[in-house]
Design a protein around this ligand. Structure first.
Ligand code: ADP
Length: 322
């Protein structure tokens, strides 16, 4: 987990992506080809490389007995020398294993050996929505509805359990073989201990960072930061680029603080989509809808068409829903 910590009022987060760290702190030679969970005796065969994040490398792991396949998130203990990094990984595990939902990456188990911590997760074979976005850019509103509803259902489940994800972004929305969304990576998540609690610190840099975090408001932040991120996700799905994107992060942050975004006049966007995005990207967190209100919005409810399934073809082009 990233070591950067900011009491964000004093020092707004300034870095880019967590994936920027090199793999030098990690060599695949320290990851055995057969990985054993000494507590259960289960043996996992390491298969293909799935990807790497800021601190983890991910491999396909097959249980040698059951033949079940998992995504094994592997964190080198050498990257956990700082107390804070250890605590963050513990927190990620605690929060993720407490959540079981159709649209959240399933948490199977975790264990460690001399060199690494292993986290076994439900495998998502169609990468993340980031890769989909890179290939497709904008998508149809029908597709956006399919994805949005699942993201909101997953977020409603987290919020009902007092969990704030705090880094909802396309790269953390994985896709299974049925093109269903699986929210993953709870590395920046937090669990509130009581209703009404507000968080005042955040260790890391969320991609779709909410204005109240950037401004370091004394009132802190809460569930509404996830709603802001969902607004950024919906805008990106429909428009094909993020709402506040610029060439440099400082300008982006200043646009976020000024709520300076617009819809391209060249694109036909339904009034329902525009209305929902405006509500989600409300500068005042208190004015943003909660998950239940999003599900009741005309973009998702009433006569809005939501497909029963999403063809795999959608990974590359707009599918027909006839
Ligand atoms: P980090 O917490 O270090 O950022 P991530 O959770 O982003 O690590 O995982 C790193 C990469 O591993 C992802 O970008 C993705 O390519 C792959 N990955 C993570 N989880 C899964 C999964 N459940 N199924 C398939 N691939 C995954």
């Amino acid at each position: 987990m990233p070591a950067r910590s900011a009491a964000y009022g004093r020092r707004p987060v300034t870095t880019g992506s967590r994936a920027s760290s090199s793999s030098s702190r990690f060599s695949s030679s320290s990851i055995p080809s057969i990985i054993e969970d000494s507590a259960t005796g289960a043996k996992y065969i390491r298969g293909s490389f799935l990807g790497k994040g800021g601190f983890a490398q991910c491999y396909k792991l097959t249980d040698s007995m059951t033949k079940r396949v998992y995504a094994g998130k592997i964190v080198a203990k050498s990257s956990l020398s700082k107390h804070r990094a250890k605590e963050k990984l513990k927190s990620e595990i605690q929060i993720h294993r407490s959540l079981t939902h159709k649209y959240i990456v399933g948490f199977h188990s975790y264990f460690e050996d001399e060199h690494n911590v292993y986290i076994l997760l439900e495998i998502c074979s169609n990468q993340s929505m980031m890769e989909l976005h890179k290939r497709r850019r904008g998508m149809s509103e029908i597709e956006a509805r399919w994805f949005l509803l699942q993201i909101v259902e997953a977020t409603a489940h987290m919020h009902a359990r007092r969990v704030i994800h705090r880094d909802l972004k396309l790269g953390n929305l994985f896709l299974n073989e049925e093109m269903q969304v699986k929210v993953g990576d709870f590395g920046l998540a937090t669990a509130l201990t009581h209703d009404g609690e507000r968080k005042r610190t955040l260790c890391g840099t969320p991609n779709y960072i909410a204005p109240e975090i950037l401004e370091g408001k004394d009132s802190g932040h809460s569930f509404e930061v996830d709603i802001w991120s969902i607004g950024c996700i919906l805008y990106t799905m429909i428009v094909g680029r993020p709402p506040f994107e610029t060439r440099d992060i400082k300008t982006t942050y200043s646009k976020i603080k000024r709520n300076d975004y617009s819809f391209p006049s060249t694109l036909q966007i339904s009034p329902e989509a525009v209305d929902l995005i405006r509500m989600l990207l409300h500068r005042d967190p208190k004015c943003r809808p909660n998950c239940e209100e999003i599900m009741r919005h005309p973009f998702l409810a009433g006569s809005a068409y939501i497909p029963q399934r999403m063809p795999i073809k959608a990974l590359h082009m707009t599918p027909d829903f006839a």
